[in-house]
Design a protein around this ligand. Structure first.
Ligand SMILES: [Zn+2]
Ligand SMILES: [Zn+2]
Length: 249
């Protein structure tokens, strides 16, 4: 919050309070009706091999000990959506998180055939929702972790809580500047099960809940989420689905 106020004060952030379309500037919504026509939805993929999977479930043949069991993504990461997520992350436009999350969940609920495996996983009783953590110093500088904010909105709409399960223990380079192979290497051993948290899901015996949804804003190569999933599963999680608002295609 302090960070946001500072940005406002410095004039870096001049679009804080009026809700306006990130495509055309029209007031009212972050994506107006007209610009919504240009928003692409992505097909679902198997999070292990990256190939098409009708419902986002991991292929049988891709089954592995520590791999993600499924991936639910909604928008194509380009145009107005890319703009919107960029503003949320780098310009502190966090008040757009609620509307954006609601829109994504709305789209998923309208397409229950495609999203059924994810939605039934999300609504099962013993599900725990968590998020990709940031390196503490980076989070302090930014003032928030957008992945955690999206996770909180999803949890709230399901009448659930968000749990901190992971922490980032290595200050990695930004993934965006790296090639695919470098990205995997960059995030390797960058995460650990969170030791101290006021609402940590880790019990006294350090075992994690069995069913976990891991939230992030964007899926690009999936290197970060795959590494987080590996850590979660090594620590006792049995089934992990990834959830991102957008995906590059
Ligand atoms: Zn617009
Ligand atoms: Zn696969």
């Amino acid at each position: 919050m302090r960070e946001i106020l500072e940005k406002v004060k410095n004039g870096v952030l001049d679009v804080v309070f009026p809700t306006m379309c990130m495509g055309c500037g029209k007031e009212g919504h972050y994506i107006c009706m007209r610009c919504e026509g240009f928003v692409g939805e992505v097909a679902l993929i198997c999070p292990v091999c990256g190939q098409s999977s009708l419902t986002g479930q991991q292929h049988q043949a891709c089954r592995s000990l520590y791999g993600l069991d499924g991936l639910a993504s909604c928008f194509e990461y380009e145009g107005v959506v890319k703009n919107l997520l960029h503003h949320i992350k780098y310009n502190g436009m966090t008040h757009a998180v609620k509307e954006t999350t609601a829109r994504v969940l709305g789209i998923m609920l309208e397409d229950t055939a495609r999203f059924y495996p994810f939605l039934s996983f999300l609504s099962s009783q013993n599900i725990h929702i968590t998020y990709v953590p940031m390196y503490k110093k980076k989070e302090r500088d930014r003032g928030f972790n957008q992945a955690e904010m999206f996770a909180k909105e999803i949890a709230k709409s399901m009448g659930k809580e968000v749990f901190t399960m992971l922490e980032k223990i290595k200050d990695t380079k930004p993934q965006v500047a790296l090639k695919k192979e470098e990205r995997l290497q960059n995030v390797k051993d960058a995460f650990a099960v969170s030791r101290v948290s006021p609402h940590s899901a880790v019990g006294a015996d350090s075992t994690l809940p069995e069913k976990v949804i891991l939230v992030d804003d964007v899926w690009t190569t999936g290197a970060t989420m795959k590494e987080c999933c590996r850590v979660l599963k090594k620590a006792g999680a049995k089934e992990v689905w990834g959830f991102t608002l957008a995906r590059t295609s």
